[in-house]
Design a protein around this ligand. Sequence first.
Ligand code: ADP
Length: 478
Amino acid sequence: MKVLFAASECAPFVKTGGLADVIGAVPKALSALGVDVRVMLPGYPEMAAIMKGGKTVRKIKNLHGGSARLVAKKAEGLNLLLLDAPHLFDRAGNIYLGPDGKDWKDNHLRFGGFSQIAAEVARDGIKGWQPDIVHAHDWQASLIPAYLKTKPNSAPPCVLTIHNIAFQGLCEPSALPKLGLPKKLFAPDGLEYWGKVNFLKAGIVYSDRITTVSPTYANELSLPEFGMGMDGILQTRRDVLSGILNGIDLDVWNPETDPDLAANYSARTLSKKKKNRAAVEKRFGLKHNPDAPLFCVVSRLTEQKGLDLLLDVLPGLVDRGARLALLGSGDKSLEAGFIAATRGYTGSVGAVIGYDESLSHLLQGGSDAILIPSRFEPCGLTQLYGLRYGTIPLVSRTGGLADTVIDANEAALADNCATGVQFSPIHAAGLYHAIARTCDLYAQPKVWAGMQRRAMRQQIGWDRSAQTYLDLYKSLGT
Ligand code: ADP
């Protein structure tokens, strides 16, 4: 089977969040099952070196104001198809945001153009390679099924995966002719949304199957409090919507071999984790306290992630003797809040504002617990890394967090199946109570070590989910 993936980011080349990890990992897991996957990505500056050595497989005379080409090249175990369109993608800085921190004004043309060419590849194939399925990811690739529907006869089926419904991609309807889409699609049962064109809605309406990244999030999406305006349309597509849990790349995230750790360890040599904790304490300027846990956060700092709640309960965390090491960037007021906390609680709270892949590995290796108090979380990856590294996840009970962490309640502890701590409802008092419970568990070394070992044994690789994707593709009759 041949599958064309289309997405806007892919680890290790270009990453702003979990989407990139997924796109970097799933094709490899699928190819282990015999699926031939090509991954189409925009040609950002990060891809320049790869494009230089690649082969031009398609030339495009004019794509929204400039010529473009598709470049094929194998890199990092992936068969890439890169859309080299310098006028759209060769820009310094964030792949979605301009220097003013706002969306690039032509994002609809950048990702609309990307989707248009992906749809052409899906329909015409490339140098004899003809996909049986096109798998579009998030709003940036969501116009693909709309383009395919304009000539349905020659189009392969399309699967859309929603990695986060908060990002939908809106533009004015006057852009439709430029995007090359018929005006008749601009209707309530098409891609119209409160007078705008909504890319994600197009994907939801015109895809043959829709998946999201955890079963709980799939259920939540049809509710007004989680659907972000898409709940109604998703209810009408309930029969084709399913949740397939994300996994992690077990080679990249492996405490036994991770080069970013001060000491490698396994479930049998957990005491070596202490060396990593010492390295984190040093890096974040934290005073060692063996009697209380070191918590970490590795996150975008946004409303979604609930880290304002953590700021509210920091005095309580510090009172318990616990420590916090935070790595993140985003919302300026949250950044300022955590920087202020490092001054107010010197030696107890440390923060690095920024994005640092290597430091994120050290934090997973050196912390006792990882805090993820998200208001909503489609799947979440950092709790999975936490499990793999014996770093107990403390999570809100929502989305994929609910599906991947087993709360240390009395019954779970008695049954020896707890792997973390959950809390709900999602408010500051609930978070504080969960932090206090985590500190109490940490104070019982045998119970804690048991949870760590159990966490590290969880099956969180991609094999099972890749098989589920393959079954889904097969159900489309190709
Ligand atoms: P989301 O995609 O909503 O940001 P996920 O938990 O699914 O959340 O994925 C986040 C990914 O980004 C993880 O791989 C995490 O380690 C990484 N990450 C987030 N913030 C940072 C940061 N400041 N530095 C390094 N890695 C980060």
